[in-house]
Design a binder for this molecule. Structure first.
Ligand SMILES: Cc1cc2nc3c(=O)[nH]c(=O)nc-3n(C[C@H](O)[C@H](O)[C@H](O)COP(=O)(O)OP(=O)(O)OC[C@H]3O[C@@H](n4cnc5c(N)ncnc54)[C@H](O)[C@@H]3O)c2cc1C
Length: 298
């Protein structure tokens, strides 16, 4: 299998995943595979399936909690799928799945297109952000997506129009159904004023810097906000701000962030998330739902 994958992309055996996720935790991947192109990804998937290996698509690792042990399969990274096309006259942009969302925001704003500024501070790839329908400031990425190109379970490449895609608050059919791999997406934007957009992005960057513990590794908000309330408010009200377990800590700056304060292990983060959940449930009866995704913990 390795020889076949090597012909289709970069392959690293027993690759450390620690620097490939924003918590900076996790063990290794038996095989880390970065296909050269979409066609090579399809061919690689054929090889992986033929060999009955399990696989997982890793974006920028900014919304996941990896395990400390080795992932016994193939972790696929789409960093080589990094093309962006912007057509200002048509008010549209197309980005491949491995493009970082802030890069697409910057390039569309440079072309005087507006819409995606809300996403400037979200450190995810296009693929991961569509899968989780990333959002901020009452906007979400699916508001701007006109179509998504995927590889389906039969390894066919198809384009799904907006109407064919189901999504909700921080979720989509791609997150629920792991059979789809997003390879690119088309966005509908509007003509805007570049200076206004840059100003908005800068204001929000400063706001994030003030409100979020960006000096430490984390994966953003741990829990979804329950209807009519804020997870951070509930966690703070339960006296959990600053609570530490091993190297992981409930941020003193924003209680809905767990940070890797001091060489935290995956287990530290995992256990702290469950502890916070249980304390909040016991004290307030609110059953917080984890927004981040546990990978390979079963
Ligand atoms: C400091 C900080 C601030 C954040 N702020 C926000 C915020 O304001 N709003 C917000 O919504 N999120 C926020 N996040 C969380 C995170 O950045 C987003 O959820 C982001 O969109 C995740 O993208 P990713 O590429 O890192 O996905 P990953 O974490 O790598 O993966 C997430 C899921 O998507 C799947 N996936 C990845 N790529 C593909 C693909 N090509 N096809 C199919 N499935 C795929 C993975 O398998 C996994 O199930 C923040 C995170 C941090 C660290």
């Amino acid at each position: 299998m390795i020889k076949e994958l090597e012909a289709l992309g970069e392959v690293v055996l027993h690759a450390s995943l620690r620097n490939l996720n924003t918590y900076k935790i996790g063990g290794t991947a038996k095989v880390l595979f970065s296909p050269h192109s979409i066609t090579d990804l399809v061919e690689g998937l054929k090889v992986i399936k033929k060999n009955q290996e399990k696989y997982f698509i890793l974006g920028n690792g900014s919304n996941i909690i990896l395990n400390d042990r080795e992932y016994n399969g193939v972790v696929i990274r789409l960093g080589n799928l990094c093309g962006i096309q912007i057509n200002a006259d048509m008010q549209m942009a197309y980005a491949e799945a491995g493009v970082m969302l802030p890069k697409l925001v910057k390039e569309s704003v440079e072309a005087s297109l507006t819409g995606l500024e809300f996403a400037y501070g979200i450190p995810g790839t296009i693929g991961g952000s569509i899968a989780g329908n990333a959002g901020a400031y009452n906007s979400c990425i699916m508001d701007y997506v006109t179509s998504v190109t995927v590889i389906d379970e039969n390894l066919d490449i198809k384009t799904l129009e907006h109407e064919e895609i189901s999504y909700g608050y921080r979720t989509s059919m791609f997150k629920e159904n792991k059979g789809y791999i997003i390879v690119g997406a088309k966005f509908f934007l509007k003509h805007g004023d570049r200076e206004n957009s840059l100003l908005m992005m800068e204001e929000r960057r400063v706001r994030r810097l003030e409100a979020q513990p960006l000096a430490y590794p984390s994966a953003g908000s741990v829990f979804r906000n329950p209807e009519g309330d804020f997870a951070g408010r509930l966690i703070e009200a339960c006296g959990l701000k600053g609570y530490q377990l091993g190297g992981a800590e409930v941020s003193t700056k924003h209680a809905n962030f767990i940070i890797n304060k001091n060489n935290a292990t995956s287990k530290d983060v995992y256990q702290l998330i469950h502890y916070v959940h249980d304390v909040v449930k016991e004290k307030t009866t609110v059953d917080l739902k984890v927004e981040q995704e546990f990978i390979d913990w079963e």
